[in-house]
Ligand binder design. Structure first.
Ligand SMILES: [Zn+2]
Length: 440
């Protein structure tokens, strides 16, 4: 297949970044949660860009050790002072409401209300993001300065929300390839107005799916837009057969901020996706770090649970929980940059290029070097120095003994996968290589 990255480079990265950021901005105001109309609206907007199949799973459904919770929807939520002024207003920021708050409408003194207020004294202007999915509770999140301004008076507290039997909603984009073996791209779609975590992941996954749509693909691709944890648990419980077809997978989160890249390895730690991602990061020209697996983080925890042990890693820029803006109102659209989103998409495309093109070949002329000049292979095809290109051809010829994949050759030669792949295409044209039979 034509390299995805080549197609990407033909578009303007600046334009592509702006388009990604515009889409994130469109999704930003929606009050999402692990269930409810916010995630439905989000999936509807994603479905305008790619072909998306939406599933609704009834509350109460048992999924492994979990139960699909009641559905939560909010109309309004506020705290009013005695003069009737809204001192905290859900319509100003959906982070103001403890996500999954139970409904309430009452008046109470500040001393009592305080037990239900959450602030961040270290960042007195930021609103924290808090949830209470599995323990019935209610509360408001506000800036510390907002709380300091409250006087010891009575307040009207209203959470006009419903928590009732309904559904858990998730979206899937399935792109069939030549093989039924699958590449899984999973991203959590449950966070409300937070940009890096995880509108960045939603946006990059959507545009990656769009880039792959309609192409001739080696693998089949499945993009999951799901609520965190319970969504992955639910999908895995309902799709054990499809899970068994996953050969490579990536969880995408926090890919829009200014940090360099981080790739957290799958539980297997030496899966092809782990090697492909580490290779692409090494050559990406930005600071990048590969992290060992840990059973803490995002939905890779479910995919990498011991019963599944799927080869699924997690691609991030900043690591969850480590940047000050994490789970606060400061994780807004300013924290996410068009250029960083575009580079993240480009990096994902490079990883897909490796997976799609990583095959093993056999040198058809293994006794001494073939005479390249006679085959017009001692000239440059442009773009790189002739030495670099010939170097790549010699590496591919030398290591194509049926034992080394192109990724092995890229790693051992220190050359980028794309350079090794380009050399391979030329050598195949000259019949100096033949492909080894492979599963996918
Ligand atoms: Zn989060």
């Amino acid at each position: 297949m034509i390299s995805l990255l080549q197609q990407f480079d033909q578009q303007s990265p600046a334009e592509s970044g702006k388009e990604l950021h515009r889409f994130a901005a469109k999704l930003y105001p929606i009050c999402r949660s692990i269930t409810g109309n916010g995630i439905r609206r989000t999936l509807k907007l994603i479905g305008e860009k790619i072909s998306l199949q939406v599933s609704e799973v009834p509350s109460g459904t048992e999924v492994f050790d979990w139960i699909v919770p009641k559905e939560w929807n909010v109309n309004d939520a506020y705290i009013k002072d005695s003069a009737g002024r809204r001192v905290v207003d859900f319509h100003h920021s959906n982070l103001h409401l403890l996500n999954y708050s139970t409904p309430i409408h009452t008046t109470m003194p500040l001393s009592e209300l305080r037990e239900h207020l959450f602030t961040l004294p270290a960042h007195p202007d930021w609103i924290p993001y808090r949830t209470s999915y599995y323990k019935p509770s209610w509360g408001f999140c506000l800036s510390h300065n907002q709380m300091l301004a409250l006087s010891e008076k009575e307040y009207e507290v209203c959470i006009d929300a419903s928590l009732e039997d309904g559904h858990l909603t998730y979206g899937e984009c399935y792109l069939p390839g030549k093989s039924s073996d699958e590449v899984l791209i999973s991203t959590h779609a449950c966070h409300p107005s937070l940009a890096n975590d995880n509108l960045s992941g939603l946006t990059v996954a959507t545009f990656l799916a769009r880039l792959l749509s309609g192409r001739e693909l080696r693998y089949s691709y499945r993009f999951l837009f799901i609520p965190g944890t319970i969504g992955a648990v639910t999908w895995l419980a309902r799709n054990r057969e499809a899970a068994g077809r996953v050969r490579h997978g990536l969880v995408l989160t926090c890919v829009g901020d200014a940090s360099g890249f981080h790739y957290k390895k799958s539980r297997r730690e030496d899966a092809e996706i782990d090697r492909a991602a580490a290779h692409v990061l090494r050559h990406c020209g930005e600071p990048a770090e590969v992290l060992n697996f840990s059973p803490y983080g995002y939905d890779e925890r479910q995919y990498c649970s011991p019963g599944f042990n799927l080869p699924v890693g997690c691609l991030m820029r900043s690591v969850w929980g480590t940047f000050p803006e994490y789970h606060t109102s400061a994780d807004n659209l300013d924290l996410v940059h068009p250029g960083q989103l575009a580079r993240s998409l480009q990096l994902c495309a490079s990883i897909v290029d490796v997976l799609e093109n990583n095959r093993t070949y056999l040198n058809q002329n293994p006794y001494c070097e073939p005479q390249l000049g006679r085959r017009n292979l001692y000239r440059s095809t442009g773009g790189q120095s002739i030495d670099g290109e010939i170097n790549a051809r010699l590496w591919v010829l030398n290591l194509s003994d049926g034992q080394n994949s192109l990724l092995d050759i890229a790693e051992r030669s220190g050359l980028p996968f794309a350079t090794i792949h380009n050399a391979t295409e030329l050598l195949l044209e000259s019949k100096l290589l033949a492909e080894m039979a492979s599963g996918a």
